[in-house]
Design a protein around this ligand. Structure first.
Ligand SMILES: *[C@@H]1O[C@H](CO)[C@@H](O)[C@H](O)[C@H]1NC(C)=O
Ligand SMILES: *[C@@H]1O[C@H](CO)[C@@H](O)[C@H](O)[C@H]1NC(C)=O
Ligand SMILES: *[C@@H]1O[C@H](CO)[C@@H](O)[C@H](O)[C@H]1NC(C)=O
Ligand SMILES: *[C@@H]1O[C@H](CO)[C@@H](O)[C@H](O)[C@H]1NC(C)=O
Ligand SMILES: *[C@@H]1O[C@H](CO)[C@@H](O)[C@H](O)[C@H]1NC(C)=O
Length: 297
């Protein structure tokens, strides 16, 4: 086998692995969506915890001690506290850091209007709701029941900052006449955004002619057909509840071979300017040439 044939085989393998890799990253996205759903449900009524006790004797609490809840900045945190049905004690929420009394029964003692007890009587659920979560809300919260002596569990609140990320940033090269497809995904988010605005420079383009925006819980896709030089520039994805992300789009003349090595094949979903699976780079144009000559035989 001569060197040229070996090189061709490596390039083909590289492409196959690349496409498998792309598929598996898609399924990772689905998995992370599922784990969001599970987390969200367990925040609401903590069904998984109802049978566990931290001691040998059954706990008064159906919620696990030291349950960790994650909420994003600006979102709503629900700190669970479910007691067993036979109990009649009064439930208080206390912030552990400063021993501040937040709620007693259904009454909010804190002057912070974002706090509320979410009580579902038949479920004996006394969850603490924190709206418009701020970084300073992170910490340990105590759910105390007025038994003799009082018994508590602790709930740990972690606060994350959701950030947008555009695939292919910071620079994307496409041919004039092709379709621009930008995928913006959300990282570290616990709630879907209520909207995602796309900007070209300073101009919001969601409802412009020729523009299509497709969205699901954790991503937004911008499609812009028949691109020309006027579509050059900075595109920003700005979700309602996350730090925005930007990308520079360069529309190249359909015929001109400017920067062919960096030219993006805008039409293919597995598009990428280089193949980096084996930690070496093969320009796409070269790869295509090699593939064409390999298949021409
Ligand atoms: C929860 O854990 C704390 C210490 O981390 C402990 O003091 C408390 O008694 C525990 N609560 C229950 C109900 O076991
Ligand atoms: C994109 O792909 C479609 C079919 O998948 C094809 O008809 C079209 O010509 C392609 N456009 C470009 C610019 O390659
Ligand atoms: C693109 O625009 C956004 C929002 O105006 C700005 O924050 C960002 O710095 C710009 N990026 C570049 C590379 O110009
Ligand atoms: C791109 O095309 C335009 C008009 O068709 C032309 O004026 C310009 O010089 C071209 N640019 C390059 C780099 O070829
Ligand atoms: C890829 O190669 C470069 C040097 O060629 C090296 O610095 C880098 O650590 C390598 N990356 C991986 C993931 O092996």
């Amino acid at each position: 086998m001569d060197q040229r044939n070996l090189f061709r085989i490596i390039v083909v393998l590289c492409f196959l692995i690349r496409s498998i890799f792309n598929k598996s990253s898609e399924s990772t996205l689905h998995r992370s969506k599922r784990s969001y759903d599970v987390r969200h449900r367990s925040q609401e009524n903590s069904p998984d915890n109802t049978l566990k006790h931290s001691n040998d004797r059954p706990s008064i609490f159906a919620t696990d001690n030291s349950t960790v809840i994650v909420a994003q900045i600006g979102g709503t945190a629900t700190l669970p506290c479910v007691v067993r049905k036979f109990n009649t004690g009064v439930i208080s929420w206390i912030r552990k850091d400063d021993h501040r009394l937040l709620t007693v029964g259904l009454t909010t003692y804190s002057s912070d209007g974002r706090l509320l007890v979410e009580h579902v009587r038949h479920l004996q659920n006394w969850g603490l709701l924190i709206k418009h979560v701020q970084p300073s809300d992170a910490g340990i919260y105590e759910c105390q029941i007025s038994t003799h002596p009082p018994t508590s569990i602790f709930v740990i609140l972690k606060v994350t900052e959701a950030v947008a990320e555009i695939l292919g940033a910071p620079d994307l090269y496409i041919r004039a006449g092709s379709t621009l497809r930008l995928v913006c995904s959300l990282k570290h988010s616990t709630e879907p955004p209520s909207y995602v605005f796309w900007y070209h420079e300073k101009h919001m383009i969601n409802y412009d002619a020729g523009v299509l925006v497709l969205a699901d819980r954790s991503s937004s896709v911008l499609l812009l057909h028949e691109t020309d030089k006027s579509h050059n520039g900075n595109y920003t994805c700005s979700p309602s509840n996350a730090v925005p992300a930007s990308i520079n789009v360069h529309v190249l003349n359909a015929t001109a071979e400017e920067k062919p090595a960096a030219m993006q094949h805008a039409n293919t979903s597995t598009s990428s300017s280089t193949c980096t699976v084996f930690n070496f780079s093969v320009p796409v144009s070269l790869t295509i040439l090699v593939l064409q000559s390999a298949w021409a035989r």
